[in-house]
Design a protein around this ligand. Structure first.
Ligand SMILES: [Zn+2]
Length: 347
């Protein structure tokens, strides 16, 4: 059995994959507002992770990785990422420092803080002497874990080139790059187990999704070309934002069975999922599940009007933080459980 746990972090992604042969992998790691540490923490302590995959360099996807990598109680074999170019990250950081007048004693701005955290993460990955191997994924790659095969769609090379050029151009002007550019370089994973395909789509945006079938045909290893891209389980990209949606999405990316499982990993801070995207998927008649956690929003509600708005907007989602657990049987059914993130897990 292949088991995927989508942790209810509310503002981001944290997905634990348990392979049938006992190996473990993590795709993104956001912190839990209840545990105040990586949401998967209690599940991975004293374990070995075959890989940690950072889909893209946004904090709602990587904030928990440094704690995991540093922990002497968790062994990680590989760190997967697409944004390999530390110079590019440094450029982004410098850009902020220039804009802020290089007075780092000032309160860190949101941008500065998150870029600084990314540099801390990469500095650790690059200097680790604990057997951690850093794997850069550009374009398309293929890996297997026992009976489970994974195609890793790194950033489209053409888009990646544009990303770097745009970043340099913005830096010259002392401006920041629109964060959508980093969503567009998000890694997407297509996982095959028995009869089932599973899409973990990171925060990838619409144009990149539309490219998938063509990239798959061109770049995949021969044995995987006939897979297609029609999955029975989808982790909706970009938390159900409108810019990661198109009207033919269900037809193109799912196998059009009503038993398909659709998982939204909410990002309340950015008002995602978008109510129309949520409604679109609900109208397909498929099984829809969402992770949710209002605690992250409540922290801001006295000072930030968008947080209040978001709290009102998210009545479409479950009210309590919850994990969504998907169990996939090689040739059989897919079972889904939702569990409220319990008080017993508080520390
Ligand atoms: Zn995100």
């Amino acid at each position: 059995m292949l088991k995927l746990t989508f942790f209810g972090v509310g503002n981001g992604d944290s997905i634990l994959i348990e392979f049938p042969n006992g190996q473990l992998g993590m795709v993104d790691s956001c912190n839990s507002s209840i545990l105040k540490k990586p949401a998967a923490w209690n599940h991975i302590l004293d374990k070995n992770l075959a890989f940690c995959c950072m889909t893209h360099p946004h904090r709602d996807h990587y904030a928990g990785f440094l704690d995991i990598l540093k922990s002497p109680r968790i062994k990680v074999d590989e760190f997967w990422y697409a944004l390999s170019d530390l110079d590019v990250i440094m450029d982004a950081y410098n850009c902020v420092l220039v804009r802020c007048g290089i007075d780092t004693s000032a309160t860190l701005s949101r941008e500065e803080e998150r870029t600084g955290a990314l540099i801390d993460l990469f500095t650790f990955v690059c200097n680790s002497d604990q057997g951690l191997s850093a794997k850069e994924f550009t374009d398309v790659h293929y890996r297997s874990f026992g009976d489970v095969e994974i195609v890793i769609f790194g950033p489209d090379p053409e888009y990646w080139k544009q990303y770097k050029e745009r970043l340099i151009e913005k830096r010259k002007k002392g401006e920041l790059l629109n964060r959508d550019y980093e969503n567009a370089i998000s890694v997407a994973l297509l996982i095959k187990y028995g009869n089932h395909l599973i899409w973990l789509l990171g925060d990838i945006l619409e144009p990149q999704m539309l490219n998938m079938p063509e990239r798959q045909k061109k770049c995949l290893p021969k044995e995987t070309r006939e897979w297609g891209v029609c999955a029975s389980v989808i982790k909706i990209p970009h938390h159900g934002a409108k810019n990661a949606w198109f009207s033919e999405m269900a037809k193109m990316l799912t196998n059009c069975n009503e038993k398909n499982v659709i998982i939204f990993t909410a990002n309340g801070g950015a008002k995602q999922p978008n109510p129309q995207v949520w409604e679109y998927w609900n109208n397909t008649g498929k099984r829809i599940h969402g992770t949710w956690d209002q605690n992250n929003l409540k922290r801001f509600k006295n000072s930030k009007s968008w947080a209040l708005d978001s709290l009102e907007d998210i009545t479409i989602c479950p009210q309590e933080p919850r994990n969504v657990i998907v169990s996939i049987h090689e040739k059989g059914d897919i079972f889904v459980e939702e569990e409220t993130v319990g008080v017993s897990e508080r520390d």
